[in-house]
Design a protein around this ligand. Structure first.
Ligand code: PEP
Ligand code: MG
Length: 600
């Protein structure tokens, strides 16, 4: 390992262990990069030769002077009616003259031979960590003032208002209080070794993106941002949800070995991932990938995916001031369809809202966004946006094996209205003489309890079901999928969840339509016996999970799974279902090398 700890040799290692939620598997060892809530940009660390140190110190002092002048102008120009609040700016001015910031930065430049930006960031992180530990809440909040004041200096140093993570020369472990999907996708992900966040749970979209890009992540750490500073050496175990800050040599060696073992295991199952997921009694389960970006298609293919069971299309609407045009969407869908053909591509229509927000859309603030104007509800209220997307999908469907899927159906009329919109989009294309697929398969996502109860009727209206367990669990167990306080209650093997899934699969079988599962539950090999027992047709998951699930499927038999399911459905608690799973399949999991258990 080339990285060395920031701690001086003489100090003992902290070995501070933080427990969070396993967001994305894998082990990484590296330097932390603390991202402030209001600071997405990442400053670059540069080595400064001894003979350039005085210039660098001067550059820093110059930037402080400029910042003071700019702030003084702001203070002078504050209108009379806001004079009472000038004390906030005065406090910032004092901070610009503060010894801790100024001397701390200069010390860092001189001691570490680093550029002024990096030296300032390190000094500020340290000061803030002192503030954040103060018992007095008022003083604790002053950490934000330090951020604001230091930002003024930073902007003058950089010469531009912001920098981007592209500029960082080394790969880092991103440590943040929270990251929205928009923020996560804005980062240059090849520079990210791992993600750590104070908030978030396994099925938050940061977790989903991290898994999909095979970046280890530990989420829901509570207060990691208070314990970790930029440049701290840390170990991230995304499989166990553990983070170790400033580890000693022994712990480092131990984790390096674990990292090697995990990577060997991944390589082993990936080699066999091209083989079909045929059970020991000859039933083939389709194992597909979930994607949110065109770039992930390669990952689905590399991991042996039998198709794409869920293309989350919201990312086209994030990080931009305008909406995507029909042509832009068409180009993208066509590319994915062509790469995947003849395998299936399931395009889900826009699922904006919940924890996914679009900057180009005027969305009202909602008290409970997960229960608000989300997904199909939004699409039906924005017919122009919906129509543009449907036309693009229908056009792309001529070039591959494309199906369309409607998210968050909670009532029969929604699917009828969506189908009407599809027909209208088709008619308008027909009139304009633009090629499109007339008989596209339409599916409903089953992720709201009311859809479960209406599954028999819904099944008559659609060509397939796809069970979205991330939301189904959230809505049926009343567990906010991004709230770490209740993450331990988020249980895919909860008897109520099993009964609901069973009901949906039975309704689909009765109506003769296919039934898929595309929530995160599908990607955990531990859940496969119950799903095979229900005779689900296909499972779709993060590409990285495909090889493990395929390997597991090849070790199970549908007939045995059916008997097992009968028992599982009789269990009164999640713990009892889990015990049954382990008692019955423990040795098979061990043989399959399943890296588990992790039900947090
Ligand atoms: C789900 O809810 O299970 C699902 C697959 O959709 P998303 O995670 O995008 O809400
Ligand atoms: Mg969902």
């Amino acid at each position: 390992m080339s990285d060395s700890a920031a701690r001086p040799e003489t100090q003992p290692a902290l070995n501070l262990k933080l427990q969070g939620i396993a967001g994305s598997p894998g082990i990484e060892i590296g330097k932390a990069y603390l991202v402030e809530q209001e600071e997405l940009e990442v400053v670059e660390k540069r080595f400064v030769e001894d003979n350039h140190i005085p210039d660098e110190v001067q550059r820093f002092k110059g930037a402080v002077k400029k910042a003071q002048k700019q702030l003084q102008r702001v203070i002078d120009d504050v209108p009379e009616e806001f004079r009472d609040h000038v004390y906030i700016l005065d406090a910032h001015m004092m901070l610009l003259k503060d010894k801790m910031i100024n001397n701390g930065t200069i010390d860092n430049i001189e001691r570490e031979n680093v550029n002024a930006e990096w030296a300032l960031k390190i000094a500020v992180d340290e000061i803030k960590s002192v503030f954040k530990k103060m018992p007095d809440p008022y003083l604790r909040e002053r950490a934000a003032d330090v951020t604001h004041a230091s930002k003024l200096i930073m902007e003058n140093l950089l010469g531009t208002p912001s920098n981007n993570i592209t500029d960082i020369d080394k790969r880092v472990i991103i440590v943040a209080h929270d990251l929205s999907p928009a923020e996560t996708t804005q980062m240059q992900l090849e520079k990210v070794k791992a993600f750590l966040t104070d908030l978030g749970g396994k099925t938050s979209h940061t977790g989903i993106i991290a898994r999909s890009l095979e970046i280890p992540a530990v989420l829901g750490l509570g207060n990691a941002t208070e314990h970790i500073k930029t440049d701290d050496l840390i170990i991230v175990d995304g499989t166990a949800g553990v983070v170790i800050v400033d580890p000693d040599e022994e712990v480092l060696t131990q984790y390096q070995e674990r990292k090697d073992r995990f990577e060997e295991y991944q390589a082993m199952i990936t080699r066999a991932s091209r083989l079909p997921a045929k059970t020991t009694d000859g039933v083939q389960l389709l194992v597909m990938g979930n994607i949110g970006l065109l770039e992930e298609v390669v990952s689905v293919i590399d991991h042996g995916g039998d198709g794409i069971g869920l293309y989350r299309t919201e990312f086209h609407y994030l990080n931009r001031p305008t909406l995507p045009s029909e042509q832009e969407l068409f180009d993208n869908y066509r590319d994915v369809a062509e790469i995947m053909a003849p395998r299936t591509l399931t395009i889900r229509t826009l699922d904006i809202g919940g924890d996914k927000f679009a900057s180009g859309l005027e969305l009202a603030e909602e008290m409970n966004p997960a229960l608000g104007l989300r997904a199909i509800r939004f699409s039906l209220q924005s017919p122009d946006i919906f129509n543009t997307q449907l036309r693009a999908i229908l056009r792309a469907a001529t070039l591959g094996n494309v199906r369309v899927m409607i998210p968050m159906i909670s009532r029969v009329d929604e699917i009828l209205a969506a189908k009407r919109m599809i027909e209208e989009a088709a008619e308008s294309l027909d009139k304009a003489g633009i090629p499109f697929k007339a008989d596209i398969e339409v599916g409903a996502m089953i992720e709201v309890p009311s859809a479960v109860m209406m599954a028999d009727i819904l099944a008559k209206e659609v060509d397939f079901f796809s069970i979205g367990t991330n939301d189904l669990i959230q809505y049926s167990l009343a567990i906010d999928r991004v709230n770490k306080q209740v993450a331990h209650l988020y249980q895919p093997l909860h008897p109520a969840v099993l009964r609901m899934i069973h009901r949906v699969v039975a309704a689909a079988k009765q109506a003769g339509i296919e039934v898929y599962m595309c929530g995160e539950m599908a990607g955990d090999p531990l859940n496969l016996p119950v799903l095979l027992g229900m005779e689900i047709d296909a499972v779709s998951m993060n590409p990285i999970s495909i090889p493990g699930v395929k390997r597991m499927a090849r070790m199970l038999s549908v007939e045995e799974s059916k008997l097992f399911l009968e028992d599982a459905l009789k269990q009164p608690t999640t713990q009892q279902v889990m015990k049954l799973v382990h008692d019955t399949y423990g040795p098979t999991f061990t043989k399959a090398g399943v890296f588990q258990p992790n039900n947090n």
